[in-house]
Ligand binder design. Structure first.
Ligand code: NDP
Length: 451
């Protein structure tokens, strides 16, 4: 493999330290990307030694290949909205460059414009973080700009949930078994929930989160990607073009179930106890501007208007500071058409649950259990998966370095994901959906499903 250079723009930031570098360290330790040069850049007046220390600390327990990359890492102080600074940075690249925009979204857009004035080395890849734009029009504008820089296949829009082993397990579960796929449709499924409720609160991240909120932070990005994997038709191959086409098909067919007033919910936490911690009102957290009305819990109900899924409600929900941490997709099956008289106690609906942390798979159903042979008992068949070999960011970076966009979000899909939530954003901005409140540590409000 030829030499490559990873240039991280925004290398002194939170994402770089907490997610990107640990993922890179694991990837290098596993023997991928030999010959990598790592360059960090931001406006901070750091030097090579300070950057190497940051890389070393974030890599954690790393193997010799990662230690070697950390020891050779270079720091370049640069304002990446300036073309001259970007030219200077790219001049240091050995081999094809991977430019990772770990920048505030507004700075990313300016940096892309500034890159237009730089001759990019052949094979350059651009890696962009969420949120990708602020709506479908802004995403389309950014997409148009990016295609002037590199071909679409070399633009990697990161959704690191696509690098999570349990999320990818949806593909094996659905398409490598005979027993599940035939019943995953509107004939058999009553509803689907994709929930990511965390017992983490703001945790000092107001700078990012207060401008994003739960809808943009989780639902518009990660949870819609999970919905796509759960609802897409079987791809012929997992090659990038085919896989991304099938995801795009189903997202194009996805819309809000009904009016935002009945199909969306927004709320923010107030003071409360969370796992023994006393939390203040979200509005009183340092760095929060309460007048923004940012939601810390969002829920929407969607319809997937395909032959397979028409009529099945999909509830997508994510909340912070929720007492009952729940991260799972739950497929609830309809009741059997009739249970023979004499079989008693059959009140549990069959459910297939896919957990995203802890990672597990569970199938809940009824059998004639022990004791009275005609009394039904609920049982659960379960499987726990260990972590994948790589953390999610490592998996995503593996695709980037291999020039494989399979796990990246394609331009049209990024726009579709905004199109799906835009009626909700508009209704929330206009005040048509009130901002509700829930005490930190409670389970938070929810919407009735249209069954
Ligand atoms: P931070 O604010 O922590 O870091 C931003 C970085 O950008 C800093 O290094 C900052 O350094 C640098 N920067 C800002 N302006 C410039 C400039 N003109 N030239 C050079 N560097 C600049 O943000 P995060 O790391 O949290 O987020 C980065 C991106 O990742 C965002 O798009 C965010 O939405 C996304 N993201 C973040 C996650 C997280 O957990 N943090 C999770 C998922 C996505 P300085 O200003 O000193 O130059």
């Amino acid at each position: 493999m030829t030499d490559q250079t990873l240039i991280i723009l925004g290398a002194s930031g939170d994402l770089t330290a907490r997610l990107l570098l640990p993922g890179l360290g694991a990837l290098l330790t596993a023997g991928h990307v030999p010959g990598l040069t790592l360059i960090g850049a931001a406006t901070d007046d750091w030097d090579d030694a300070r950057w190497r220390q940051r890389v070393h600390d974030s890599f954690g327990e790393a193997g010799p290949a990662a230690v070697d990359v950390a020891g050779r890492a270079r720091w370049i102080t640069a304002d990446v909205t300036h073309t001259d600074d970007l030219r200077r940075l790219l001049g240091e690249a050995r081999g094809p460059a991977v430019i990772f925009f770990a920048l505030p979204p507004a700075v990313t857009a300016k940096a892309c414009e500034a890159l237009l004035g730089v001759e990019l080395p052949p094979g350059t890849r651009l890696v962009l973080e969420k949120p990708f734009g602020t709506g479908s029009a802004a995403a389309a504008e950014l997409n148009a700009l990016l295609t002037r820089l590199v071909p679409e296949e070399r633009v990697h829009r990161v959704d690191h949930f696509l690098g999570k082993s349990t999320v990818l397990n949806i593909l094996g579960l659905r398409f490598a078994n005979r027993i599940f796929e035939p019943v995953l449709d509107a004939t058999h499924v009553e509803s689907v929930e994709i929930v990511f409720d965390e017992n983490l609160a703001l945790e000092g991240r107001a700078g990012y989160y207060d401008k994003a909120g739960a809808l943009a932070d989780m639902i518009q990005s990660h949870l819609l990607q999970i919905l796509a994997l759960l609802t897409m038709e079987a791809p012929f191959t997992l090659a990038a073009a085919e896989f991304r086409d099938r995801k795009a098909d189903v997202l194009r067919a996805t819309r809000l179930w009904d009016d935002p007033a009945t199909s969306s919910l927004r709320a923010r936490y107030t003071a409360g106890d969370l796992d023994g911690r006393k939390l203040p009102d979200y509005a009183d957290e340092p760095g929060v501007d309460p007048s923004r009305g940012t939601e810390t819990l969002a829920e929407i109900v969607l319809a997937v208007d395909t032959w397979r899924w028409a009529g099945v409600p999909f509830r997508l929900r994510s909340g912070k500071a929720v007492g009952d941490s729940r991260k799972e997709a739950v497929i609830t099956f309809k009741r059997p058409p009739r249970v023979p008289d004499g079989l008693r106690g059959c009140d549990q609906q069959d459910r297939l649950r896919i957990g995203f942390g802890p990672d597990h798979l569970a199938l809940d159903f009824n059998i004639n259990g022990p004791g009275d042979p005609f009394e039904l008992d609920p049982v659960t068949l379960g499987a726990d998966f260990g972590q994948g070999d790589l953390p999610a960011y490592g998996e995503v970076l593996r695709g980037v370095f291999a020039d494989d966009p399979t796990l990246s979000v394609r331009a049209d899909t990024a726009e579709q994901c905004w199109r799906i939530v835009e009626p909700v954003i508009d209704a929330w901005h206009s005040g048509a959906v009130p901002l509700r409140e829930y005490p930190a540590g409670s389970s938070g409000p929810t919407l009735p499903l249209p069954l």
